[in-house]
Design a protein around this ligand. Structure first.
Ligand code: ADP
Ligand code: 5GP
Length: 198
C-alpha cells in the first residue's frame, strides 16, 4: 500500500444522513473512490446494480464467506452486507483513497485489520429526528423503520470508538465538518509519504 492512500470508514444509524453527506464529499473530492458493497437486500427504487450495491443472493454471499473473500461482512437489519477484500487491496495498492460506507460491526473488523482507517461516525441530533427522517425518506415500511430505530440505539453506543464524530443537524454545517476531516486527513497522508521519501 502506498502511504498516501487513505482508507475512510463512515458509519451511522440508518436515516442519520450518511448517504446524503457522502454524496457531498464525493462531489468535492474526486480523488476519493467509493467502495461498492455487496448486499442480499433487495434494491430500492432507483438503485443500480454495480453502482449503489452489488445485489447478490444469500447463497452467493455465503459462498464468498466460505472462500474468505470478504475484508469485512455483517448481518445488518436482517440482510447480509460485505466489502470484497480484493477490491480494497487493489485500490490501496494503486494509491487510491477509498471510502467505505459500512455499519459498526464492519467498521470494528476494519479497525482491527491493521489498515489504519480514518473512522467517522455520523450522529443524528436525536432518535426522534432519526424516526422523522426515515419516515420522510419514504423508502422503508413501518416494520423496517422500527427495526432500524432499535438498531440505531445500539449503534450509537459505538460512536466513541471512531476517530471523528460528525453531528448531522444542519446539513450544510455537517457537510463542511466532514469535508474538513477529509481535507486534513488527505494532507496528513501526503505528508507521511513526503517524509518517507526523504
Ligand atoms: P442514511 O444514508 O444515513 O440512511 P439518508 O442520507 O438517506 O440517510 O437521509 C435520510 C433522510 O434524511 C433523507 O430523506 C435525507 O434527505 C434527510 N436528511 C439528511 N440529512 C438531513 C439534515 N441535516 N436535515 C434534514 N434532513 C436530512
Ligand atoms: P442500507 O440498506 O440502508 O443501504 O444500509 C444499511 C446499513 O448497512 C448501513 O449502516 C450501511 O452503512 C451498512 N452497509 C452497507 N454496506 C456495507 C458493507 O459492505 N459492510 C457492512 N458491514 N455494512 C454495510
Amino acid at each position: 500500500m502506498k502511504k498516501n492512500a487513505r482508507l475512510f470508514v463512515i458509519s451511522a444509524p440508518s436515516g442519520a444522513g450518511k448517504t446524503t453527506l457522502i454524496k457531498q464529499v464525493m462531489a468535492r473530492f474526486p480523488g476519493v473512490s467509493y467502495s461498492v458493497s455487496h448486499t442480499t437486500r433487495p434494491p430500492r427504487p432507483g438503485e443500480i446494480d454495480g453502482k449503489d450495491y452489488f445485489f447478490v443472493t444469500e447463497t452467493t454471499f455465503k459462498q464468498m464467506i466460505d472462500a474468505g473473500e470478504w475484508l469485512e461482512w455483517a448481518r445488518v437489519h436482517a440482510h447480509y452486507y460485505g466489502t470484497a477484500r480484493s477490491f480494497v487491496q487493489k485500490q490501496l495498492e494503486a494509491g487510491n483513497n477509498l471510502l467505505l460506507d459500512i455499519d459498526v460491526q464492519g467498521a470494528r473488523q476494519i479497525m482491527a485489520s491493521g489498515l489504519d482507517p480514518v473512522t467517522v461516525f455520523i450522529l443524528p441530533p436525536s432518535v426522534e429526528v432519526l424516526r422523522q427522517r426515515l419516515a420522510t425518506r419514504g423508502t422503508d415500511s413501518a416494520q423496517t423503520i422500527a427495526l432500524r430505530l432499535e438498531n440505531a440505539k445500539k449503534e450509537i453506543t459505538w460512536k466513541d470508538r471512531y476517530r471523528y464524530v460528525v453531528v448531522n443537524d444542519d446539513l450544510a454545517a455537517a457537510t463542511e465538518h466532514l469535508c474538513a476531516i477529509f481535507e486534513q486527513e488527505m494532507i496528513s497522508g501526503e505528508r507521511k509519504m513526503d517524509s518517507s521519501d526523504v
